[in-house]
Design a protein around this ligand. Structure first.
Ligand code: C2O
Ligand code: CU
Length: 433
């Protein structure tokens, strides 16, 4: 696979917006003396999006399209993105969803930088330390800018493998004005593959609700949110659910004859095999894959039995007023953002959070700058492959215990990725002391 995309910008590292707090600024930015391996310029515009196979909608584009270009890096690369806001009137930023970037490159307007005004630019620099499937999107008025297209995919190939030799396809899901699209088009996609070959499908859910992935043929989940599953097992007759903001890499085997279809969200499919063969869709399975026990067990890499900090994160709902706007809003431990106290941590600590949802609706909870491991759900321990994610659907009445290592200093957002919920109170922050 080719690295980077388009013509490089190459602005100076000193353009990176500064960080705050008492942690040292060098820890929050990528090495300023290193030359970037991937240089990309991304230009945001407010304009009409042409949706192939569908009808055009008003929204936001990156380099003239939505989704914007897919960025491609190799593990260990230093990525430098020059972001230009040409015409997004409310200002815009780029956030690297799922990539544990230095805090100054996190792209959260009002927290790690100011929104880039029309005519302005920002430079993001980070090392792509972890291979996997990620995406980028604006983090300014996100419930409008992400919903209306200011986003794209970013894939980091493993340092070791010859990624170009493998069949690898991205399936970015997004709804534009009620139209379900796959990679920005209202159509299925075909991947020509010889019988027996496996294709890695990188499903990215950029929408506001859960997406289902399923097939009439067995498939495998090989990674969730950019983290490999240990010893993946065949999934047969079950649906895989991907939270808003989440990703799943799925492996599909090309059949001896014809094609198999992988249904990805809405009404779209990835068809793998003989490009001339038609695939007849079967009924959607009623059973859902339980990610608490999938793949084969592997060591956790941290000891969650002796955490340095344990926090409760209780999601509920009550009447309140936000910015003079009365409504039935979401609360965290009884408070609405910006009134939610920060969760304090120190570098090196193991942090356990007990998330409970007493609000009556599902919330895809997303933590910036870290991946967390799911330890248990409703008191039942995870028994299969460690489930490392950055986006987790917490259903009404459920409680989860998660753990992460505080290894990335800064101030990090921890919010619901159904973005209208975030505006309506469901945002907290993790703050390094
Ligand atoms: Cu994908 Cu705070 O966001
Ligand atoms: Cu929510």
């Amino acid at each position: 696979a080719q690295r980077g995309v388009g013509a490089g910008g190459g602005a100076a590292a000193s353009d990176v917006f500064g960080a705050a707090g008492e942690v040292s600024v060098t820890a929050l930015t990528a090495d300023p003396d290193r030359t970037a391996d991937v240089h990309v310029e991304l230009v945001a515009r407010q304009e009409t999006i042409d949706v192939p196979g569908g009808r055009s909608v008003e929204g936001y584009t990156v380099n003239g399209s939505s989704p914007g270009p897919e960025l491609r890096a190799r593990q260990g690369d230093l990525v430098e993105v020059r972001f230009v806001n040409e015409s997004v009137s409310a200002g815009a930023t780029l956030h690297w969803h799922g990539i544990d970037v230095p805090n100054a490159a996190d792209g959260v307007a009002g927290i790690t930088q100011d929104a880039v005004p029309v005519g302005g630019h920002a430079v993001y620099r980070f090392e792509a330390t972890d291979a996997g499937t990620y995406w980028y999107h604006s983090h300014q008025v996100s419930h409008d800018q992400v919903v209306r297209g200011l986003l794209g995919a970013i894939v980091v190939d493993p340092a070791s493998s010859d990624a170009a030799a493998n069949l690898d396809v991205t399936a970015l899901l997004h709804v534009y004005g009620g139209q379900h699209t796959l990679n920005g088009r209202v159509s299925d996609e075909r991947v020509e593959a010889p019988p027996g070959a496996t294709v890695r499908v990188r499903v990215i859910n950029t929408d506001q609700g859960t997406a289902a992935v399923w097939s009439e043929s067995p498939f495998r989940v090989v990674a969730t949110d950019g983290r490999d599953v240990n010893g993946p097992t065949d999934i047969d007759g079950k649906r895989l659910l991907i939270p808003a903001g989440g990703r799943a890499d799925v492996s599909v085997r090309s059949p001896q004859h014809g094609s198999v279809g992988l249904h990805v969200g809405g009404a779209r499919r990835i068809l793998v095999g003989d490009p001339a063969a038609s695939v007849r869709p079967g009924p959607q399975p009623s059973e859902t894959l339980d990610l608490l026990a999938y793949g084969t067990p592997a060591p956790l890499g941290l000891d969650p039995t002796a955490p340095d900090r344990t926090y409760d994160y209780v999601i509920a709902r009550r009447f309140g007023i936000i910015d003079g706007r009365p409504g039935n809003f979401w609360t965290i431990n009884g408070r609405m953002f910006p009134d939610v106290p920060m969760f304090h941590v120190r570098e090196g600590e193991i942090v356990v959070m007990r998330i409970a949802n007493e609000s009556g609706e599902v919330h895809p909870m997303h933590l910036h700058g870290h991946h967390f491991v799911v330890l248990s759900r409703d008191g039942e321990a995870a028994s299969g492959s460690p489930w490392w994610v950055d986006s987790l659907d917490v259903h009404p009445g459920e409680s989860y215990e998660i753990a992460f290592v505080a290894d990335n200093p800064g101030i990090w957002s921890d919010h619901c990725h159904t973005l209208p919920h975030a505006v309506d109170g469901l945002i907290a922050h993790v703050m390094y002391e």
